[in-house]
Design a protein around this ligand. Structure first.
Ligand code: CO
Length: 196
């Protein structure tokens, strides 16, 4: 029920104010997050909740299957603002096992516009065909493709002019690839970080 959401919000705002009377005053004056999160739109992978971050602590961009398309004005605008204006020090690309976008990319069915959006995942699947074929079972192949796609997005980000120019200026900025497990709630670091 929508009314429940608004009621919950009132209780949340009151509780926040009780524990920290200056909380909203401080946040309304300035946001200074240290992290940019690029994650999947999946409702089961909410950035703040699974990392314990409070409002003001993480700048968030989410899309289906956490992809970094070269011409995505939405993502590039978020990225530039996060790097240039907010001065974030860490960018986290967080995908997840069991990602419906990754599944839809290679299930051989026609889904509509989303098929175009998911093309980079098919590209990764093609490039890593041999590695994926060697794995035992559909689930293992799917999980590995989730990881490989995240790594590809981290690589893609590191080659964008926004990131390159930040590194050229000596800015401290790292890009990380993480994967979240829907079935255990645990985030794994894929150890594919880049820093200037
Ligand atoms: Co997903």
């Amino acid at each position: 029920m929508l009314a429940d959401l608004l009621n919950h919000n009132l209780l949340w705002a009151a509780a926040k104010t009780r524990e920290d009377p200056a909380f909203f005053k401080r946040l309304s004056a300035l946001q200074k997050p240290e992290y940019l999160w690029i994650g999947c739109s999946d409702s089961r992978v909410p950035a703040n909740v699974i990392t314990g971050l409070e409002p003001g602590e993480v700048f968030v961009h989410r899309n289906v299957a956490n992809l970094v398309h070269r011409g995505d004005l939405n993502l590039l605008s978020v990225l530039e603002f996060a790097v240039e204006a907010l001065d974030v020090e860490h960018i986290i690309v967080c995908g997840h096992y069991g990602c419906g976008g990754v599944r839809a990319a290679i299930d051989g069915h026609r889904h509509g516009i989303i098929d175009h959006w998911l093309q980079p995942i098919r590209d990764v699947a093609d490039i890593c065909r041999h590695e994926l074929e060697e794995l035992d079972g559909e689930e293992a192949r799917h999980n590995r493709l989730c990881e490989l796609s995240i790594r590809a997005q981290v690589d893609g980000l590191s080659r964008t002019p926004i990131i390159k120019s930040a590194w050229n200026r000596g800015k401290s900025l790292s890009i990380h690839g993480w994967v979240y497990g829907l079935n255990d709630g645990i985030i794994r670091d894929l150890n594919c970080s880049h820093s200037g």
